[in-house]
Design a protein around this ligand. Structure first.
Ligand SMILES: NC(=O)C1=CN([C@@H]2O[C@H](COP(=O)(O)OP(=O)(O)OC[C@H]3O[C@@H](n4cnc5c(N)ncnc54)[C@H](OP(=O)(O)O)[C@@H]3O)[C@@H](O)[C@H]2O)C=CC1
Ligand SMILES: CC(=O)C(=O)O
Ligand SMILES: [Mg+2]
Length: 533
């Protein structure tokens, strides 16, 4: 019921418009006792007053991003069927097969859409198969596109593909919001995915698709099936590869200035050889070949470990994605303990993408520090509850010599009178800029060099202050500027690869193009919505 204006106005408190809405909302947010309550509050605020929500996000990145994104988004996903309030994304279910286009056409902003984050909920962060509860990860990533790169909110589409779940407890939960069935076999899923991607291209012709948190085999398979056919990329393979390469380059610079180990002498041990671990390993080796190493030399720098130990080529039944980095030079009984593997490899860098909480024990960390002046240790699994190593332990066990980046945020830590700042090696630094660059250049595909150039731009974006503070990633508060620089590098790479369809940019200087990108970044207005009457 809508009231005549004077009566309606009488229901708004008289001084409402003269008060500080940001301060009120932040006070309300901070009064919540758990991260999940804060998540629910912020999503309610986004519904009531999107401008205010994004103003608060932009003004308080360090406080808000860990709520909308990792680690708290992990709780939101795990509990989504229980905390659900209102529709906030698009569900395409296995039962829609045969008429997926009609479902896609129901999205309110239609052809205006520019970026979709699509998950099938089968591997949400390190939390496993959450089925239809996976939607908040797509929403959180899109909030980072909006906050981090300035993508217009109305052009974003969060999508959860509900193909069922193999997690019994959800199927038995009366509140579970998804289809109650087991996941389909490969043939049925491929049919579904082919119809879905064709439908997306038809209904949203200008859309970029970001695949997110698909289980490993499907993540690799759909990337290969679709990358040359549609405008798409896989965040866990390519975004993570790109962001970790950046951090690694800056970390290796710090470590080599202390110990003199040149880049081509690095030995990198991956603990975890799934979509993220192998994605990062491929990005590193591809970069090494740019430096002039042969493919064989580059590959020889990498060691991978899975749940069975060091991956060697003689192991029976090795999954396809593990074969490329399987070692052919190790002779001996299988190496299964991380300590034994480190003792054998003597890595300069240890990267965790395993989902195993605290896998980097005191012995492991001390051993890394025993033969590296500055050991590079990146425990990258998300959320924090699955991270391989806490920051405080890393500092104490290495007497502060560690070069550290984790997937989820840690606070700075004071040790023996010095304040140490951790890095956050998370693809959130990369995908907003890749998305902005791909959208603005109207790239037909996301090429390897677009991803690689994004990484190099991020690595080179440290300010003088960040460099002198020995950071390996820029401070999150600068993410809009950083995303614009990444977008510029992505557009130039798209031009070199001839996949850009917006030829206007070819005549612009880098400075002019950077200005153009910044001018395109959406800003919240301060015209706040009146309370709904
Ligand atoms: N920081 C960031 O930006 C990102 C972080 N991630 C995080 O990385 C983690 C892994 O993701 P993803 O690669 O997609 O997941 P996968 O499930 O594909 O891979 C996990 C890998 O860890 C291995 N593993 C499991 N248990 C052990 C163990 N006990 N010892 C050694 N290895 C083990 C698995 O071995 P096996 O193959 O034998 O099962 C597998 O190779 C997640 O927590 C995710 O949140 C992901 C993307 C980006
Ligand atoms: C960060 C991310 O994409 C993941 O943990 O899956
Ligand atoms: Mg992910």
């Amino acid at each position: 019921m809508s009231l005549p204006m004077p009566l309606a106005a009488a229901r708004i408190p008289p001084y409402f418009l003269n008060t500080d809405h940001r301060q009120r909302s932040l006070t309300q947010l901070r009064s919540k006792h758990t991260g999940l309550e804060q998540y629910i509050y912020l999503n309610g605020l986004k519904e009531r007053d999107p401008n205010l929500f994004y103003e608060i996000l932009l003004g308080n990145m360090l406080e808000i991003i860990p709520i909308l994104y990792t680690p708290t988004v992990g709780d939101a996903c795990s509990n989504y069927s229980h905390i659900w309030r209102r529709p906030e994304g698009l569900y395409v279910t296995i039962e829609n097969k045969g008429h997926i286009r009609q479902v896609l056409r129901s999205w309110p902003t239609g052809a205006a859409a520019r970026i979709a984050v699509v998950t099938d909920g089968s591997r949400i962060l390190g939390l496993g198969d959450l089925g239809a509860n996976g939607l908040p990860i797509a929403i959180g990533k899109l909030d980072l596109y909006i906050g981090g790169a300035g993508i217009k909110p109305t052009t974003t589409v969060p999508i959860c593909l509900d193909l069922g779940t193999n997690t019994e407890k959800f199927i038995n939960d009366p509140l579970y919001l998804g289809v109650r069935r087991k996941r389909p076999d490969t043939a049925e899923m491929d049919e579904f995915m082919n119809e879905f991607m064709e439908g997306m291209k038809e209904v949203f012709p200008q859309l970029l698709v970001q695949f997110e948190d698909f289980s490993t085999d499907n993540a690799f398979r759909y990337l290969e099936m679709f990358r040359n056919k549609y405008r798409c990329f896989n965040d866990d393979i390519q975004g993570t590869g790109s962001v970790v390469l950046s951090g690694f380059l800056n970390a290796a610079r710090l470590a080599s200035s202390a110990a003199g180990t040149p880049l081509h002498d690095q030995r990198i041990l991956f603990f975890g050889a799934g979509s993220a671990g192998i994605g990062v390993a491929k990005q590193l080796t591809s970069f090494f070949t740019l430096l002039g190493m042969s493919e064989e030399e580059a590959r020889s720098r990498i060691y991978t470990v899975d749940s069975k130990g060091l991956i060697t080529a003689d192991r029976k039944g090795l999954q396809e994605h593990k074969k490329y980095f399987a070692r052919t030079d190790y002779q001996g009984p299988p190496l299964t303990s991380l300590i034994d593997i480190i003792d054998y490899v003597k890595p300069t860098a240890l990267l965790g993408l395993s989902t195993i909480h605290k896998a980097f024990t005191e012995d492991v960390v001390r051993m890394m520090a025993s033969f590296n002046t500055r050991p590079i240790i990146f425990p990258l699994s998300n959320p924090v509850s699955l991270c391989e190593l806490d920051y405080t332990d890393a500092i104490h066990w290495t007497n502060g010599s560690v070069v550290f980046a984790s997937g989820s945020p840690y606070k700075p830590h004071e040790f023996e009178g010095k304040v140490y700042e951790p890095g956050q090696g998370n693809n959130m630094y990369i995908f907003p800029g890749i998305g902005m660059g791909a959208i603005l250049s109207k790239a037909r595909h996301v090429t390897d060099s677009m991803v690689e150039q994004a990484s190099i731009a991020l690595a080179g974006s440290l300010s003088a202050d960040e460099t002198s503070s020995e950071l390996i990633y820029p401070r999150l508060t600068r993410i809009r500027d950083i995303s614009a620089q990444i977008a510029l590098a992505v557009i130039r790479a798209a031009q070199k690869d001839n996949v850009d369809e917006n030829s206007l940019f070819r005549n612009l200087s880098d400075d002019a193009l950077l200005e153009y990108i910044k001018a395109k970044q959406w800003q919240p207005t301060n015209a706040h919505s009146l309370p709904r009457l």
